[in-house]
Design a protein around this ligand. Structure first.
Ligand code: SAM
Length: 209
């Protein structure tokens, strides 16, 4: 297994108290250079999004840490990710959760991420090709859901697939308008509450929906 202890430049920008120790440990453990294009490896540990082909990006490390941390994941949690992309966010989640289910709509990216995650032996990450708008009903409900592409509204199937007391983080907006990360929480009675937590910039949630 080629996991290494890496020092992300981003950790210098992040106040050490800002994120939990488990999020910080995951960020230090996952080898980001394995998830970027060969020609980008030299800048893999800088705090920037990078192109991964097919018009898509691997998110900025700070945002990956932020979205991971806000889900309050524990070692028994099952997490759904929409937008596998490079597989990096899924690898980070796999360091803190029990099982990770990740969906990607572009076949070439889905295949590449699956191979890469298998090579690095992230055995608790399960991937599939499909339109993540509909979630992954087979393994629902999830303790946490993370969407890494921007949507005009929260997809109702994802709300349904979130457990009571679960948390979802999703960018809301469009390609051409301001976008915000929205935290959606469900209480013990299944009542949802949303709040805007951070302005962001994401590629759009596509698919046949
Ligand atoms: N989480 C990724 C990573 O760690 O590399 C970065 C994700 S990138 C910002 C957004 C991804 O969402 C792209 O790979 C894109 O193809 C995917 N995507 C867009 N719409 C989707 C959909 N409806 N279902 C699943 N994936 C989708």
């Amino acid at each position: 297994m080629e996991k290494s202890t890496v020092k992300l430049d981003v950790l210098r920008f992040v106040g050490s108290n800002e994120f939990s120790s488990s999020t910080m440990k995951a960020m230090e453990t996952v080898p980001r250079h394995r998830f970027v294009l060969v020609e980008q490896q030299i800048v893999a540990y800088e705090n920037h999004p990078l192109p991964i082909g097919y018009g898509q990006t691997i998110s900025q490390p700070y945002i990956v840490a932020f979205m991971t941390d806000i889900l309050h994941i524990d070692a028994k949690h099952r997490i759904l990710e929409v937008g596998t992309g490079s597989g990096y966010q899924a690898a980070i989640l796999s360091e803190v959760a029990q099982e990770v289910y990740s969906i990607e709509v572009i076949k070439e990216l889905a295949d590449k991420a699956k191979r890469r995650l298998q090579e690095i032996e992230y055995t608790n990450v399960h991937t599939k090709l499909g339109d993540g708008y509909y979630g992954w009903d087979e393994y629902a409900p999830y303790d946490g859901i993370i969407v890494t592409a921007v949507s005009e509204k929260v997809p109702p199937p994802l709300v349904e697939q979130l457990k009571n007391n679960g948390r979802m983080i999703i960018p809301i907006g469009t390609e051409y308008t301001p976008q915000n990360l929205v935290l959606l929480t469900k209480n013990s009675k299944g009542i949802t509450h949303t709040e805007h937590v951070l302005p962001v910039r994401f590629v759009p949630l596509t698919g046949r929906h």
